[in-house]
Design a protein around this ligand. Structure first.
Ligand SMILES: Nc1ncnc2c1ncn2[C@@H]1O[C@H](COP(=O)(O)OP(=O)(O)OP(=O)(O)O)[C@@H](O)[C@H]1O
Length: 206
């Protein structure tokens, strides 16, 4: 279970103070919605460890996450930009989800190939991200996150720019992950994403 209670963050430049409360259990998806600027991305950054709260609690399986640096948290994030490595092929970008040094076994390579098939990028393994459309890059980013298999997945508008078929495919992959016990935190402006994926809903106000 992921829990955050009175988790407070202040951007020093603007003195804007944001406070978050919520929880989400294993195998559940928490949708976070609200108007632009209400703090949705800030919450994801606090959970991922890219920002540090000034007070409050943030727990995963009853363990305090706040002392842990981002790389020691059981978290994978997919942010709007996707964060792909342009100098690596699609295959290697996915492989990084399994092993940061790209030391992949035969089974790992098979898992990468199967994931490429699932997200409809069969035949594009050798391309580089700059040779893909925005929607294809987004599929690679989500696929890499799913391959990492961390128990906590943070998704910030993961379906932006995707056609309806691809959106359906990715939603199903996320549902599969949830059914395997992962906790998903999903930021989306799209009511149908919330409707189709969320077990819980946190509405933030500006
Ligand atoms: N680096 C920053 N420095 C100062 N203020 C910031 C910074 N990043 C965000 N903010 C402010 O903090 C508030 C929350 O921003 P955040 O990006 O979390 O909102 P959001 O709900 O994700 O917005 P959107 O839906 O537009 O992406 C906003 O008022 C924003 O202007």
């Amino acid at each position: 279970m992921l829990e955050f209670e009175n988790l407070r963050f202040r951007y020093p430049e603007t003195e804007r103070v944001l406070t978050f409360n919520g929880e989400v259990g294993a195998g559940q998806c928490l949708a976070v919605t609200g108007p632009s600027g209400c703090g949705k991305s800030t919450l994801l950054n606090l959970v991922a460890g890219f920002l540090n709260a000034e007070s409050g609690t943030l727990r995963w399986q009853e363990q305090d996450l706040q002392p842990l640096p981002p790389w020691e948290r059981p978290v994978t994030s997919v942010f709007q930009e996707g964060n792909l490595f342009d100098h690596l092929s699609v295959q290697d970008n996915l492989g990084l989800g399994i092993h940061p040094g790209l030391k992949l076994s035969r089974a790992d390579n098979a898992a990468v190939a199967a994931m490429l098939d699932k997200v409809g990028l069969h035949g594009m393994a050798r391309r580089h991200p700059t040779e893909l459309s925005g929607g294809q890059r987004q599929r690679v980013a989500v696929a890499r996150a799913l391959l990492r298999g961390t128990p906590l997945l943070l998704l910030d508008e993961p379906f932006t720019g995707l056609d309806p078929d691809t959106r359906q495919i990715l939603r199903q992959l996320i549902r599969d992950q949830r059914e395997q016990g992962a906790v998903i935190v999903l930021v989306s402006h799209d009511a149908s994403d919330v409707e189709s994926l969320a077990d819980r809903h946190l509405v933030l106000t500006a």
